[in-house]
Ligand binder design. Structure first.
Ligand code: ADP
Ligand code: MG
Length: 386
């Protein structure tokens, strides 16, 4: 994708739709989480990276309070809303993301004008790559500039979280927005979800002769689902029984004692979070000292923990991970919230074709829907394109 060309094209599409040129074009990427799953709402550590797949929005201010929204995806038609009376129950489909961001800015006392907005995204939907946050982060970047609100990246992260939690109704943390807003080319974003501090960690797989494969299982997941909420509830229960503010405050050395205090299921949920936090720290250290080729074992251990202790994997994800490993990947894990979505496989360039073919064959043999397999590289965070 060459942004200059697609930016011009998007502006032309905007003109065709709305009869005028946009005031600007903004983009924000999806993300892949390298490691650190479900640790975000436990005030722990995550290590996502922004990917080279993005949502772009062309936006034009218009008089009055109407918002007109259009997406190039599918045949969804024009949606009109009113900034003066945003109603989360009335917001439908993808429009709840831009409308949620407008609502969230209003909650901060920011006046949002009437708008025309055209969305174009190549982040796959519902694959665990956060296509929804890509939209929200593109929109908030646009509105931050348009309204002159001057929000910092940290404030934009919290504002998009509020949009997701209180308007869209998805109880998500801050990882996805942080990666999308604060990512950097060639780096992973080491985020401490307690204080929102970020450290950019060099992660250039290609320099180590590796590629990062994403295997989208096409099994749909939904954060609004009971599985996500029940994992959160288990973590809250665990923290309460162990007498800590959040599971972030429990270390690997505390696990033995914790096992005597918690019921069996809650203990395994807690053990996943505690060991996963530790794996994130180890990954950051290994990337710094030895580079991407050293982290395969941590990716594998993360997957096993999610499969066995947190129980958020599924047969398709397990097959993607096992087949990748058996065919040359140096480490693989499911990524994202779980119950479907995508797996990642860190793979030597020389084994890429073998892994792709083997995973496709294994899925066909098992009678699963054909997966979508593609590579991602760590890319820049949200920005204005035009
Ligand atoms: P994820 O964020 O993991 O991709 P979600 O279920 O949170 O999955 O968000 C997917 C939703 O985002 C879709 O159902 C759709 O409403 C919306 N969406 C994403 N990309 C687009 C797009 N290009 N056009 C319209 N809607 C989109
Ligand atoms: Mg999402």
């Amino acid at each position: 994708m060459t942004p200059a060309v697609s930016t011009t094209h998007l502006a032309e599409q905007f003109q065709t739709a709305f009869g005028r040129l946009p005031d600007g074009v903004w983009q924000a990427p999806g993300r892949v989480n390298l490691i650190g799953e479900h640790t975000d709402y436990n005030e722990g550590f995550v290590l996502p990276f922004a990917i080279d797949k993005t949502a772009r929005v062309a936006v034009g201010v218009r008089p009055g309070s109407a918002v007109r929204l259009l997406s190039t995806y599918g045949d969804q038609g024009l949606t009109t809303a009113d900034t003066a009376s945003l109603d989360r129950r009335a917001a439908k489909g993808w429009t709840k993301y831009p409308l949620g961001v407008i609502w969230s800015l209003q909650q901060r006392g920011i006046d949002v004008p009437g708008l025309d907005l055209l969305l174009d995204s190549d982040v796959p939907l519902g694959a665990g790559l956060s296509s929804s946050h890509a939209i929200e982060c593109a929109v908030i970047s646009a509105l931050n500039d348009i309204t002159g609100a001057g929000l910092s990246p940290e404030e934009m992260v919290l504002a998009t979280q509020r949009a997701e939690n209180d308007f869209v109704g998805a109880p998500t943390g801050i990882m996805d927005q942080s990666a999308s807003l604060r990512g950097s080319k060639g780096h992973a974003v080491f985020l401490d979800c307690r204080d929102q501090s970020v450290q950019l960690v060099p992660f250039e797989a290609e320099n180590a002769g590796l590629v990062m494969l994403v295997i989208d299982t096409k099994v749909s997941h939904s954060h609004a689902d009971g599985g996500y909420a029940s994992r959160r509830a288990s973590c809250e229960l665990g923290a309460e029984v162990l007498g800590v503010r959040a599971l972030r405050d429990v270390g690997p050395d505390d696990l033995e004692e914790a096992s005597g205090l918690l019921d069996e299921v809650t203990f395994r949920r807690v053990r996943h979070i505690v060991t996963e936090n530790d794996r994130v720290l180890q990954t950051v250290e290994l990337l710094g000292r030895q580079g991407p080729a050293a982290i395969g074992g941590l990716l594998d251990a993360s997957h096993a923990s999610m499969r066995d202790d947190f129980e958020i994997s599924c047969a398709e994800l397990d097959l993607a991970v096992e087949t990748s490993r058996a065919n040359g990947a140096i480490g693989a894990r499911m990524t994202g919230g779980g119950f479907g979505g995508a797996a990642i496989a860190l793979t030597p360039v020389t084994a890429e074709q073998q892994v792709r073919a083997a995973v496709e064959q294994a899925f066909a043999r098992a009678g699963y829907t054909a997966p979508d397999i593609f590579t991602v590289t760590p890319a820049a965070g949200a920005m204005r394109l035009a």
